[in-house]
Ligand binder design. Structure first.
Ligand code: NAD
Length: 419
């Protein structure tokens, strides 16, 4: 499938919401472009002894409400426009939750699957060095995204600390979030995005008196977000009947155990050929009869053809920007509920905020405390979006965007624009 430009898509969503809530033109102009766009080219020594040049990005969209915040993506299709879109969505996500962070995103254009762990470590450390003071615990705070994980964040933190100097070494711990527990991460961070998705699903089910026990669901992308969402959702009694990733799609109408599948994927790198399932084409995956669909792979995977094929009752956007704007009206006309990304996948940045707070205060919160805070925040924001959409008679993406940009506009209104 050919995909639209993600930044044009992000712009289109923003313009629609800005029109709907009559956003002042100055704020509209400011938010339509990122504040800073950084591109770095850096050489790294490979295991063979040869050197290879890599291209890395960090886009800082907005920091009016707090330090820039957003993930780091390692993927061979990374482009500046993709990172710009992802950075803008981060600004809107943080403001929607009233988290005092702005929005950013970064990445390196390469396929991490093609490199050894030692090469990945050197690529990450050299990238962090190239970013220099463009990141920092009070300035811009990266986190994991597609192709990166807790280990990647620990390498970034360690490299940043090495240059921070002895006096500020430990106050630098919060330069990244999504770290491993041993290196100063937070309980509950790894599963947080999946957990937030399931909070949205349980709220949706409660509002519609829909019984999750016995319901069916499918997941596209079985990485951090998809696998945790599947495991947590399975605890409600819902059954995963189809799943897919970069390599292919598999199904079993009697259910696929997400816990065992996650172990299999850790061993083999993909869901393909998982015992007890049969292979299905991408088209058949999207046409699967299910109650819940969680896209948790890349942006713009749901185009017009996929929207026409979908049979789900609700789509919960685990991925950022998975739905093309031309597909969205088709989904809504079919009566499928759509819980938008900046709400559905915001559990990750919420717990990243808790991790950052713990680092700042030299505290360690237990899992129950983190989970309780996350549940409260997700439910509160879900209710706010639901109420806005009902009272203003608009779709949920526009509702979530309007709450978010309304908050940013209020801050600009009160602070004014220098000079
Ligand atoms: P990940 O790298 O852990 O997993 C990505 C998954 O998508 C893998 O299973 C991969 O095989 C699959 N995939 C890649 N290309 C695909 C394709 N063309 N078709 C089907 N599947 C494909 O990444 P992740 O952290 O789980 O992120 C997934 C999505 O969730 C991204 O859109 C990311 O921006 C978003 N997100 C992540 C977090 C987080 O905390 N990690 C938070 C919010 C949003």
């Amino acid at each position: 499938m050919t995909k639209a430009n993600p930044y044009a898509v992000a712009q289109q969503q923003f313009e629609k919401a800005a029109d709907f809530c009559s956003l002042p033109s100055t704020v509209r102009q400011i938010l339509s472009q990122p504040k800073n766009e950084l591109i770095v080219n850096f050489p790294v020594k490979m295991d063979s002894g040869d050197y290879k040049l890599f291209k890395g990005y960090r886009v800082q969209h907005n920091n009016l409400r707090g330090p820039y915040k957003g993930g780091i993506r390692y993927h061979h299709e990374v482009t500046l426009d993709e990172i710009k879109a992802l950075a803008a969505w981060m600004t809107f996500k943080c403001a929607l939750h009233d988290i005092p962070f702005g929005g950013a995103k970064g990445g390196i254009k390469f396929n991490p699957r093609d490199y050894s762990p030692t090469e990945l470590e050197r690529i990450t450390r050299r990238f962090t060095h190239a970013l220099g003071n463009n990141i920092g615990p009070e300035h811009d705070i990266p986190a994991p995204d597609v192709g990166t994980n807790g280990q990647t964040m620990v390498w970034m933190m360690d490299t940043y600390m090495a240059f921070a100097g002895a006096v500020s070494e430990h106050t630098s711990r919060g330069v990244v979030t999504g770290k491993t527990l041993a290196a100063g991460g937070s309980h509950g961070r790894e599963a947080a995005t999946g957990q937030g998705i399931v909070h949205c699903i349980t709220e949706w089910a409660r509002d519609r008196r829909f019984e999750l026990n016995g319901a069916t669901f499918m997941v596209q992308g079985f990485g951090n977000v998809g696998s945790h969402a599947a495991k947590i959702l399975a605890r409600t009694g819902a059954s995963m009947v189809a799943v897919g990733d970069w390599k292919g799609y598999v199904a079993n109408p009697d259910g696929i155990n997400p816990f065992k599948l996650a172990e299999y994927v850790a061993r083999t790198g993909s869901v393909v050929d998982y015992p007890g399932t049969h292979a299905i084409a991408r088209e058949a995956f999207f046409a699967t009869e299910v109650d819940i669909f969680i896209p948790a792979a890349l942006e713009l995977e749901i185009g017009v053809a996929e929207a026409k094929a979908l049979k789900a009752k609700v789509i919960v956007e685990g991925a950022n920007g998975p739905t093309d704007p031309s597909a969205e009206p088709i989904i809504l006309e079919k009566g499928i509920a759509l819980i938008p990304d900046i709400l559905a996948n915001s559990g990750g940045v919420a717990v990243s905020y808790y991790e950052w707070l713990q680092n700042k205060r030299s505290e360690v919160w237990d899992l129950e405390e983190v989970e309780e805070k996350l549940a409260k925040r997700m439910k509160r924001t879900y209710l706010a979006v639901s109420e806005f959409a009902t009272s203003r008679k608009c779709d949920w993406r526009t509702a979530a965007m309007c709450i978010s940009i309304g908050r940013i506009a209020k801050a600009y209104g009160e602070r004014g624009i220098f000079p």
